[in-house]
Design a protein around this ligand. Structure first.
Ligand SMILES: [Zn+2]
Length: 89
């Protein structure tokens, strides 16, 4: 049985970033900027480790955590502002 530890915050941050970027059309959305945004946000958020087994994730509790979502959107919004004002390319 192959079990792995995974930081679920990475998946949530990537999903939420796409939502936030879809509402903006005046900033760079290249892959480098997207990665810079996610990395900046992840460095300001606590990790959410889950055990994954055969591709299945045990995330039901996390998905219901409203504060968890609020914090992600808050940090991603800051990250988008910082990176779009000063892209590293
Ligand atoms: Zn860019």
């Amino acid at each position: 049985m192959a079990m792995k530890i995974h930081n679920y915050m990475e998946d949530m941050a990537a999903d939420k970033l796409e939502e936030i970027l879809s509402e903006k059309d005046d900033i760079c959305k290249c892959q480098k900027c997207r990665f810079d945004m996610i990395v900046w946000a992840l460095n300001h958020l606590p990790p959410k480790y889950v055990v994954t087994e055969k591709g299945r994730m045990y995330t039901k509790l996390i998905e219901q955590d409203v504060q968890f979502r609020v914090d992600i959107v808050k940090e991603l919004t800051k990250a988008v502002l910082r990176v779009s004002r000063n892209p590293s390319h």
